[in-house]
Design a protein around this ligand. Structure first.
Ligand code: NAP
Length: 278
């Protein structure tokens, strides 16, 4: 036995996990804040998830990030789940509490809004409707955060209509669903346009929603960050719209987790972006 404090450990659990940018991001913050901790990527199969999560706290882990395919499953294992994670239906952050309980939260919506507020400081949530493309897991976090911020209406379109209808059921009357073929029509009066589909990402197809009606006053943001400047953002820039890329969401969603685990609130700056892109 020694009196030396235990080295705090954190990490990210998923499968596959090699592509994750979280390790270089958290390691950058550990280093720049002089914290003697470690952040480790862990490839965990679904069958091993619960056993791994119960074991990690006994090894000095203070928490983990959770990514595909475990974001929903961890909600069943956690002892406490925040209201926003329940509303979104997924968790991306676990905190291993000193009393042995596992606390699950979702910080994607927080990260999305912080990125938007930093990248487009003149955007006012109350200034008009937000048009959202896509109705997957990320869309749920985006919609929850936009409604919470006071956006008056959300115009939503998804290739698979029933998925968008389900979101309307869950989030209520401020949501209006459009068929995918009509997605171009809903952006004309939008104050904000958000792509939450995986279209535009390297290796996926291009987003083919017509942008002829897009006003230069509309703020346009894309959750896709590989490439950083998607075709959607490039076209929006040509039209004169303020644009915000998706990398900042990834960085900002990590801030509350790092603070809870390591006791220091990290800053998101140019060096953080560079570290994540390394
Ligand atoms: P998801 O749950 O799998 O949802 C994927 C979405 O993309 C669905 O709306 C899906 O429509 C749509 N889509 C996929 N292929 C399509 C196609 N060929 N045509 C039309 N629509 C298509 O994934 P997710 O977790 O929501 O993530 C979505 C994107 O956001 C990914 O690129 C992810 O990397 C990114 N993301 C970024 C951040 C960040 O921090 N920047 C955070 C979370 C996610 P259907 O319902 O019709 O299949």
């Amino acid at each position: 036995m020694t009196n030396l404090p235990r080295i705090p450990l954190a990490g990210v659990i998923g499968s596959p996990i090699a592509h994750s940018k979280s390790p270089q991001l958290h390691r950058h913050w550990l280093e720049t804040n002089g914290i003697p901790g470690y952040y480790i990527p862990m490839d965990v199969a679904p069958d091993d998830l619960e056993r791994v999560l119960r074991t990690l706290p006994t090894m000095g882990f203070v928490g983990v990030n959770v990514t595909i395919p475990h974001k929903e499953a961890v909600m069943q294992i956690a002892d406490l789940v925040t209201d926003r994670a329940i509303l979104i239906g997924a968790a991306n952050t676990l905190i291993f509490r000193k009393d042995g309980k596992i606390h699950a939260d979702n910080t994607d919506g927080y990260g999305f809004l912080e990125n938007l507020r930093n990248g487009a400081p003149d955007w006012n949530p109350k200034s008009g409707p937000a048009a959202v493309l896509g109705a997957g897991g990320a869309a749920r976090a985006v919609i929850a955060s936009l409604l919470d911020a006071g956006v008056p209406e959300i115009l939503l379109s998804n290739r698979t209509r029933v998925r968008a209808d389900k979101l309307k059921q869950d989030f209520g009357s401020r949501l209006h669903v459009f068929d995918w073929v009509q997605a171009g029509n809903m952006i004309d009066d939008a104050a904000l346009l958000v792509n939450t589909t995986s279209l535009g990402m390297i290796g996926k197809g291009e987003l083919r929603v017509p942008l002829d009606g897009l006003s230069p006053r509309t703020v346009v943001t894309d959750l896709v960050y590989a490439p950083l400047k998607t075709q959607l953002l490039a076209t929006a820039e040509e039209i004169g719209c303020p644009t915000v890329d998706g990398l900042g969401m990834l960085l900002h969603q990590a801030v509350p987790a790092f603070e809870r685990w390591f006791g220091t609130r990290p800053v998101v700056d140019r060096a953080t972006r560079a570290a994540a892109l390394r």
